[in-house]
Design a binder for this molecule. Structure first.
Ligand code: LLP
Length: 469
């Protein structure tokens, strides 16, 4: 879409929608690859995990995140099976709650946490701490001490200050066994083709140690010199929502070159290496993601080729997919509250469909200019498709959930809309903006639904406000 100084909403051509958006022959039909595995429509009603969303909303209210358990487990298994010679860490930042942490464990994956809070959820779920990796660019001494005390399997070190904190922690333990197992997060200098805010491996950002500046080698040297620390290997994560494997290829080449240099110059064995997450998913018809099998094949080939060229044995590899497991497994169901036709320059009109959620349950459209799609979920319609914009109920013009979608022209208050692909970075980035109550996560499977994260209540909302009545 052409850019405009006032933003995408003002761009020329917005009324026809973006160039990738096609008017559907039937606006009731689902585009299967945007939806979780068990999603289907019968008589126009969206059904997930064998549960009709009309029944779901009658029981649990709206808005609600609906999590297709079979789909989540299936994607987790697909990664585990495709990468059977890797360790697969599910990146909990995409979405985490105790129930999901248990599914992750049951499907044989490890877990990547990036905060004390995520670690707490893993602990509560009884997740085997030896299979947890702990990330973060600013872990405090207390947080590190807690992770060590819990027996976290690997701490991914992100700064020299953190090396110092870990050295002190190791010294305080008096060299107790086992040593603290760490990886070094490096920036490979790759700018992955994704939104700027979610590209993390180019140099001018906060994560990791730069390979080119020599900081990464120095961090490795410091850790190897610390008696209480055990260096497992290097870690690289180049960004998120990436479709093109060339970014991984360049990163793997640079990280493996550093690995080879460490092995030869410092005469050590680095048994592991992590290539991070970032695998893209389909939000709209313009996205065409690779399947885990294809990704695994490409990554194996890249690593084998580079290791051959460097004359080194390949370390044991791990990856950290978050979005590609959680993203497609969830959709958000909203109720329509108002519909408004707005006149635009040139006499055209746009339909604004307001739902009972918005940027508090999905900030990604406002924050990253992300594209989503949606469907009328509670009934079939015979009305013609009309280009619509789905907006939330927040006090902000940028409170948009779906920028452009063809919805039946008779969408009206009381209708249900469902937005697919909201499993990653929606509930986990949800806020109480405007004192909204965050929606529940309802898991569906085999015709039954159960709440795994309950809806917030007014009491929750006031709980931290100590002003009193
Ligand atoms: N590993 C590390 C070290 C990461 O920083 C991340 C994501 C992942 C794994 C998982 O990446 P995934 O497979 O989910 O792409 N809030 C943004 C995404 C931020 C990603 C941060 N790091 C969004 O909504 O697009």
């Amino acid at each position: 879409m052409p850019s405009h100084e006032a933003g995408w909403a003002h761009a020329d051509g917005a009324l026809k929608g973006p160039s990738w958006l096609r008017e559907p022959a039937d606006p009731n039909a689902l585009v299967p690859h945007l939806w979780s595995q068990t999603a289907r429509k019968s008589d126009g009603v969206l059904e997930i995990g064998g549960v009709r969303v009309t029944d779901l909303v009658a029981e649990h209210g709206s808005p609600a995140y609906v999590l297709d358990e079979a789909d989540f487990r299936g994607r987790a298994r697909a990664f585990r099976d495709a990468f059977d010679d890797y360790d697969v860490f599910y990146a909990g930042k995409a979405f985490l709650c105790t129930e999901v942490a248990r599914w992750v464990a049951e499907e044989g994956l490890c877990l990547d946490v990036c905060s004390a809070g995520e670690l707490l959820v893993a602990q509560r779920a009884g997740f085997d701490m030896a299979r947890v990796g702990y990330h973060g660019n600013n872990k405090t001494a207390a947080e590190l001490a807690r992770a060590v005390e819990l027996g976290v399997g690997r701490i991914v070190v992100d700064s020299f200050h953190e090396v110092e904190r870990l050295e002190a922690l190791a010294a305080a333990r008096g060299g107790a066994d086992p040593r603290i197992r760490v990886m070094v997060r490096v920036t490979a200098g790759v700018e992955a083709h994704t939104h700027e805010y979610i590209a993390t491996a180019h140099e001018d950002q906060k994560f990791g140690f730069s390979i080119t500046s020599g900081d990464a080698f120095e961090a490795v040297r410091r850790i190897l010199a610390a008696p209480g620390l055990e260096l497992l290997g290097l870690h690289s994560h180049i960004g998120s929502q990436i479709f093109d494997s060339s970014g991984f290829e360049v990163a793997a080449r640079r990280v493996l070159a550093l690995h080879a240099r460490v092995v030869s110059e410092l005469d050590v064995v680095l048994p592991e290496m992590d290539l991070g997450g970032g695998f893209g998913i389909a939000y709209t018809t313009q996205d065409d993601p690779s399947q885990p099998g294809q990704l695994a094949g490409e990554m194996r080939e890249i690593v084998a080729r580079e290791c051959r060229a460097l004359g080194i044995a390949a370390p044991r590899l791990s990856i950290e997919p978050g979005r590609a497991i959680a993203g497609p497994s969830m959709c958000t169901v909203y109720s329509v509250g108002t519909v408004k036709e707005v006149a635009l320059d040139g006499g055209a009109r746009r339909s604004y469909v307001s739902v009972d959620g918005g940027m508090s349950d999905n900030i990604r459209t406002a924050l990253y200019d992300a594209d989503y799609s949606c469907t009328l979920a509670g009934r079939a319609s015979t009305a013609a498709p009309r280009l619509s914009r789905v907006v939330g109920k927040h006090c902000e013009a940028g409170d948009v959930v779906v920028k452009d979608e063809f919805l039946p022209a008779d969408v009206a208050p009381g209708d249900l809309l469902a937005v697919p692909g909201t499993g990653a970075y929606c509930r986990s980035m949800a806020s109480n903006y405007n004192h909204a109550l965050r929606p529940p996560v309802v898991a569906v499977r085999d015709g039954a639904s159960r709440v795994i994260v309950r809806r917030e209540t007014e009491d929750d909302l006031l709980a931290t406000d100590v002003g009193g009545a």
